[in-house]
Design a protein around this ligand. Structure first.
Ligand SMILES: [Zn+2]
Length: 200
């Protein structure tokens, strides 16, 4: 339960009023994904993983990310979709190019975003992480709206999951090197970390 007012977070409250169990960001559009399961017993989120995604690659604004994360991607809609439509993947959050937030998995649950991965000595980062997808590519600058939303959401998560500290915010490429490159050189870590420190 939210015990403190979120007066600035009224916009876009849960889209259908369904009482999904677990914690959802109050400003996120909810698109529950079947690609989730329980975290290992007693495990709380202690790592934040930043990703980049676009479907088809390099194109923005379509319905395809929702479709992929809900196992409804039409493999005939684009040649690339044939390669990925069978995947069972998700993330907790997506921030689109306009800075709008969608949530697929409640934060207590395990989303399937990191794949084979390692942070320090710990493998299988999905067990203990929250995954945030930014709609984008490795090479195209992310938008001002995305940085603003990401910083706000990060602070919101850090307040609720205090094991997520600045040193435990990483890119997918950091925990799956050689296999993943996102969010790519286009993601400005200095800007993001400054936003986290400075408030707005
Ligand atoms: Zn990724």
């Amino acid at each position: 339960m939210e015990s403190h007012g979120q007066a600035d977070l009224r916009e876009g409250l849960g889209n259908n009023g369904a009482p999904e169990a677990g914690t959802w960001h109050p400003r996120a559009r909810r698109v529950p994904s079947p690609n989730q399961d329980a975290r290992p017993a007693g495990m709380r989120p202690s790592l934040l993983v930043i990703h980049g995604i676009s479907l088809p690659p390099g194109e923005f604004g379509g319905p395809w990310i929702d479709a992929l994360f809900t196992n409804r991607l039409d493999p005939t809609a684009h040649p690339y979709f044939r390669e990925i439509a069978h995947l069972r993947v998700s993330a907790h959050l997506l921030i689109d190019r306009r800075g709008h937030l969608t949530q697929y998995v409640p934060f207590e649950r395990r989303a399937w975003h990191a794949g084979r991965s390692r942070f320090g000595a710990h493998e299988g980062c999905n067990d203990f992480s929250i995954g945030i997808e930014l709609e984008g590519t490795d090479e195209v600058p992310y938008t001002d709206e995305q940085y603003g939303c990401l910083a706000e959401v990060t602070r919101w998560l850090m307040a609720r999951y205090p094991d997520i500290v600045p040193e435990r915010i990483v890119g997918h490429s950091d925990i799956a090197p050689g296999r993943k490159t996102d969010p790519g050189p286009a993601f400005d870590w200095v800007r993001y970390r400054a936003l986290l420190e400075n408030g707005t």
